[in-house]
Design a binder for this molecule. Structure first.
Ligand code: NAP
Ligand code: HSE
Length: 448
């Protein structure tokens, strides 16, 4: 018996998926039981990277999700709509869904998984986070005996590529972004990547799985990398750090709010001794710290046709395996199909997320001031007045006839640091504070 696949999209990920499905030799034997039944696209005239009979392609995507012959709908078209409606329609028709769409899942996950549980179907999304790296299934299955404390990663390839090149070449953000667009790594509209929104979608999904709660995306603090300059990269380097866009989800540790989580995305100074420092280019990595496993690191290609398709097809095979052994036919007392609790998502409650002002972390700030006597002393006093203890203050040189002062703090409360900075910005002698970045403490997975 062949399982019939309806593919929504035949772009980068869709073509990679079709390529694997059409070439099962030397891969898992169950692949031979999968058949691409229909493929939905926007244009029938476009040249395709993969060869399929013309009559399999259609622009009528609704006809795919309602086709009674199709068992599994694979949504690799992207975007919010019509992807959301099509997934919901497929679920309502009793079809299992595999998706790579982190944007849709991070926003509509609650609606989609509630519908899937009602219908007794699976919605699997390994490809939605970190492309080819298996991290969703390990969180659901291999690590499920653990109490997860911290999850921290580089989960956007475009920004990691840009920062890696800025670091290696001393180039500016704008120059490297233009190159990344030309090479096809960055989208024509790079907003979702460079402003951290893509990483925010992904960390919301990972946090939900790691901590067993729904995450309200609007509460995920998100900063991108547009403000990072070659000067910051150089100072970071001299101080023993590299700058990375980190996505973090961890238990807050505030005894007044025992269940509260921190979920955030921001550029961070990472000590050169930390394992994430060596994750370069479009590669991704995710560190997970749990009890009792300790620390585990996942590393690999975070995007691209083949790696992402590898994750998509693994999900398809997981569902096909369940259908093949008839596990999909077990039912609840009320007749609803019974789902494998390690594969399905049944979170009900929303996590409490700590406001960013409550974060305790180290900071790096670059301040441009007039080169007057006493300026450094005033900065120190102002930070001190707001309970911000300084680890180092260095005046490295002059930039545009201004003294450039770089401050690193000890671990301080973000709200206190911001208040001190607001006061400092108002000094006559201070012309600008071009960069404020957080500094990773150094421990594996530790952003204290
Ligand atoms: P893509 O190359 O732009 O392909 C999108 C495909 O969907 C195209 O075949 C397009 O048809 C079709 N499509 C889009 N909107 C449609 C509509 N309204 N009606 C009919 N067909 C439509 O995108 P992609 O890079 O493969 O990404 C797909 C999904 O995977 C996204 O959710 C993305 O975030 C996710 N993802 C991508 C990567 C990656 O490396 N690219 C990695 C991880 C996850 P035409 O070909 O006719 O235009
Ligand atoms: N735009 C994403 C990235 C693609 O750069 O990581 C993979 O999700």
């Amino acid at each position: 018996m062949a399982f019939k696949i309806g593919l929504l999209g035949l772009g980068t990920v869709g073509a990679g998926t079709a390529e694997i499905l059409l070439n099962p030799a030397q891969r898992h034997p169950l692949l031979q039981e999968l058949e691409i039944h229909r493929v939905g696209v926007r244009s029938l005239d476009k040249p395709r990277a993969v060869s399929l009979p013309a009559d399999r392609l259609t622009t009528d995507l609704e006809s795919i999700v309602t086709d009674p012959q199709i068992d599994i709908v694979v949504e690799v078209m992207g975007g919010l709509e019509p992807a959301r409606s099509l997934m919901l329609k497929a679920i309502a028709q009793g079809k299992h869904v595999v998706t790579a769409n982190k944007a849709a899942i991070a926003r509509f996950g609650a609606e989609i998984f509630t519908a899937a549980n009602q219908a007794g179907v699976y919605v699997l999304l390994e490809a939605a986070v970190a492309g080819g790296i298996p991290v969703i299934e390990p969180l659901k299955q291999s690590l499920c005996a653990n109490r997860i404390h911290t999850l921290i990663g580089i989960i956007n390839g475009t920004t990691n590529y840009i920062l890696t090149r800025m670091q290696a070449e001393g180039s500016s953000f704008d120059d490297v972004l233009a190159d990344a667009q030309q090479l096809g790594y960055a989208e024509a509209d790079p907003t979702a990547d460079v402003d951290g929104l893509d990483a925010a979608d992904k960390i919301a999904i990972l946090a939900s799985l790691a901590f067993g709660k729904r995450i309200n995306l609007e509460e995920v603090h998100c900063e991108g990398i547009r403000q990072i300059t070659a000067a910051d990269i150089t100072y970071a380097e001299r101080l023993g750090f590299v700058i990375k866009l980190l996505a973090t989800a961890k238990r807050d540790g505030d005894s007044a709010f025992p269940d509260r989580l921190q979920v955030r995305v921001h550029p961070t100074l990472v000590p050169k001794t930390h394992p994430l420092t060596n994750v370069n280019g479009v590669y991704n990595a995710v560190l997970i710290e749990g009890d009792p496993v300790g620390q585990v690191m996942f590393y690999g290609p975070g995007a691209g046709s083949g790696p992402t398709a590898s994750a998509v097809v693994a999900d398809i095979l997981n569902i096909a395996a369940i259908l093949k052994v008839g596990r999909g036919s077990a039912v609840h007392a009320d007749g609803r199909p019974l789902l494998d609790p390690l594969l399905a998502c049944s979170h009900q409650d929303y996590a409490a997320i700590a406001p960013i002002d409550d974060l305790t972390t180290r900071f790096y700030a670059r301040v441009l001031t007039q080169d007057f006597p006493g300026v450094i002393g005033r900065l120190g006093t102002t930070f001190g007045n707001h309970e911000v203890s300084l680890e180092s203050v260095v005046q490295i040189g002059l930039r545009e006839h201004q003294a450039e002062i770089v401050v690193i703090t000890h671990c301080v409360k973000e709200g206190n640091f911001r208040k001190a900075l607001e006061e400092i910005r108002s000094f006559d002698a201070v012309s600008n504070v071009p960069s404020v970045l957080r500094v990773l403490s150094g421990g594996f997975g530790d952003l204290a």
